[in-house]
Design a protein around this ligand. Structure first.
Ligand code: AN7
Length: 364
């Protein structure tokens, strides 16, 4: 195949030959994908590595979910579906609602009541979804969605829908094309574990096709209060301020385990405090604003770089397997403006002064 230059025509157009698409599949796209791979000078120097940020917050609904949703909705339209349904911690519902609007379909979303970041909630409403708040967590909402899905009048567009992960794997393709090779290490946040499954599939497919010559080690990062994969057991009451990954029973458990085992990677964790610090650090040091769930890999690398006893971290064993000056990619899954409330804990209100030059100068 001939590699195309990055362009912004949507992931189905860009990677058609690698996706389960036929000539009959309608193209429902908002020109997702082809997101920036930003070099991170500060993380690179802290880790003596070449570190890049795959900035998925710059997708049309400001998260990586759009890559999977263009596939899921295009296939749903092809199959004649009229209604789609999902459970969500916020980003899936925002994306589903937008692509459903584009396709002229009804969209129903089940969300954990009171635990959705404001921006995501507003997106679901504005794109016209029917929003139902469940008095429970994401795992409860997904259980109900699975039951409703069996009634056949809805197409479920959670990552249990096989087309979602097919779309999401394209992020790995873009990284390989832009770097000219797969990185040595890829870190990403893990919630329902679909994305780590999808990236591993993408890396594996390009490797098998000979487009890349190596496979990365995969490092999945969870919040310490919502870390079922790290601990190796589902959790009934996951808790973290990174609401996007407040998930105790990941649907893609086996896919995530496969990614970690086949790549010789690992799962690691960071605390909520470390997440907030990393969000601020990334904004101030690199000029990149990402939502709390997105910065868990940044938090892990900062913790590792500053640890007095790095061997206490599972991540240490991973770095020992890497060559000198490795190439490292982190996925920043969602935009910081999705969740202004959580970020506002890190700022103080602006200073108010009289509208005179003297006053302003006095406070510079
Ligand atoms: C910003 O929207 O599960 O491990 O319902 O929004 O593939 O689940 C979101 C997950 C990471 C975790 N970062 O990805 C949902 C949802 C952000 C996210 C994840 C999510 P997966």
């Amino acid at each position: 195949m001939s590699l195309k230059q990055p362009c912004r025509s949507g992931i189905i157009s860009r990677y058609r030959e690698h996706l389960p698409i036929s000539n009959k599949t309608p193209l429902i796209s908002l020109n997702e994908g082809s997101t920036p791979l930003l070099h991170s000078p500060k993380l690179s120097s802290l880790l003596s590595a070449h570190v890049y940020l795959k900035y998925e917050g710059l997708n049309p609904t400001c998260s990586f979910k759009d890559r999977g949703m263009t596939m899921a909705i295009s296939k749903a339209v092809e199959e004649g579906a009229k209604r789609i349904l999902c459970a969500s911690t916020g980003n899936t519902s925002a994306s589903a609602a937008a692509y459903a609007a584009r396709a002229g379909m009804q969209c129903v979303v089940l969300l954990p009541a009171g635990r959705i970041a404001t921006g995501k909630m507003i997106q679901a409403y504005l794109y016209g979804a029917r929003v139902i708040a469940i008095q429970g967590n994401f795992d409860d909402a997904l259980r109900l969605v699975r039951q409703l899905g069996e009634r056949h009048d809805f197409v479920v567009v959670n990552s249990t829908n096989p087309y979602r992960l097919e779309g999401q794997k394209t992020a790995a393709f873009e990284i390989i094309e832009e770097l000219g090779e797969a990185p040595h290490l890829h870190l990403l946040p893990v919630g329902n574990a679909g994305n780590i499954t999808a990236y591993w599939r993408g890396y594996s497919e390009f490797y098998r096709l000979g487009i890349s010559q190596r496979l990365p080690l995969m490092l999945g990062v969870e919040a310490s209060g919502a870390a079922p994969l790290y601990h190796g057991a589902p959790m009934d009451h996951p808790e973290t301020l990174a609401t996007a990954i407040r998930i105790g029973q990941p649907a893609s458990w086996h896919g995530a385990m496969k990614a970690i085992e086949e790549s010789s990677g690992c799962f690691d964790i960071v605390s909520d405090e470390e997440i907030l610090k990393a969000q601020q650090w990334l904004a101030r040091e690199e000029g990149v604003f990402a939502e709390p769930a997105s910065v868990v890999p940044v938090a892990l690398l900062l913790k590792y770089a500053s640890a007095t006893n790095p061997s206490s971290l599972r991540t240490n064993a991973i770095f020992r397997k890497l060559p000198a000056h490795p190439t490292v990619v982190l996925t920043l899954t969602g935009h910081g403006l999705k969740d202004p409330e959580t970020a506002s804990h890190s700022i103080s209100p602006p200073l108010e002064v009289a509208p005179t030059l003297q006053e302003v100068l006095a406070h510079l």
